[in-house]
Design a protein around this ligand. Sequence first.
Ligand code: SAM
Length: 407
Amino acid sequence: MEQVTIERLGHQGDGIAPGPVFVPGTLPGEVVEGEISGGVMAAPKIVTPAETRVKPPCRHAKSCGGCALQHASDDFVAGWKVDVVRKALSAQGIDADFRPIETSPRHSRRRATFTARRTKKGALVGFHGRASDTIVEIPDCQLLRPELMAALPMAEALALEGASRKGALALTVTLSPVGLDVAVTGGKPLDGPLQMALAQLTETRGLARLTWDDEVIALREPPAQRFGAAQVVPPPGAFLQATEEGEAALLAATREIVGDARRVVDLFAGCGTFSLPLAERAEVHAVEGDRAMTAALEAGWRRAQGLKRVTTEARDLFRRPLLPDELKRFDAVVLDPPRAGAEAQVEELAEAKPPVIAYVSCNPVTFARDAARLIAAGYRLSWVQVVDQFRWSTHVELVGSFTRTDM
Ligand SMILES: C[S@@+](CC[C@H](N)C(=O)[O-])C[C@H]1O[C@@H](n2cnc3c(N)ncnc32)[C@H](O)[C@@H]1O
């Protein structure tokens, strides 16, 4: 048995004591005791709890892998997330003003990927267990919207019908105003009888759309998402911001940065989360790698009333970033890349120097790397808005406002 004191949290939410020793489920300042093997104290006994420790609000917290920080107070988690961004920036020598974090409330997730398996007695649906392949049932989940919780029996029925004896299903379930949009992978191969059974299940369960390994089985009603004045039917399983509140916070910050710009380019535009609301005031060119998403965005724009012109382009922005010649017609840039960041595109932006850049990021480390390049090119990082739509996880999102120092 050894006793150690936790100094800080790592990126996965584990406590870290000098050594380093990784101690899951602990908080800075706590004294803990247990066996250490390979630099990990897997089953710590808390000798002195931190003041920031709370009783996890969810009874599945210990076993479920969905949340890593339920044992910490809301204030601690908020401060820690802001600090993760602050430290990533300061590692690049960047200082910035931070706006108060926007945290989505409990029960606000509108999209989740469940795992489901057939069992001897029936079917099991839930999230993966903590660092394991087991499935943990989550009848009291504190993250999901009630409409998503109500999807659990439907997911069981899908597993009974379409899961093989050995494999597990991954079910991505997204809320839409006309019902659930469900995309399943990992199931039995589709044959006639399975197709019929799944189509029937779509009817009886009132699903809006059911997709099986990229094949749309049934579409009762197009599961449109509202982006400003437009309604977009995303391709099955397509990216959507995790909560309405998170999306609103990201959009509000983006709108503020874009300001009165008349021509905006939205890079990594998805299905138009930012492009379509911004088109209320500006012409927007939306660039995105996935052609099905640009097609959905464009169709949504065509059906909407009162928006300015929106054009779309399917393009791989890692391999073929927009060049300075193409960027020069825009007064503002919105940039929302995946976790890898936007190194190649930022290189071109540093050259083109558009007046303002709203950089939306889900990875503080690549954001800080790209921010350093923009600052070296003559931008100032005016402020950062951290947004937490993955409550109790270690995931951090943010919007950074870049303005040119010479303007
Ligand atoms: C974080 S999502 C943002 C989407 C959108 N801005 C939104 O808020 O809904 C990142 C987007 O980048 C797209 N993407 C990923 N790699 C890409 C690439 N190499 N070139 C262009 N787009 C890419 C993804 O398809 C996804 O839609």
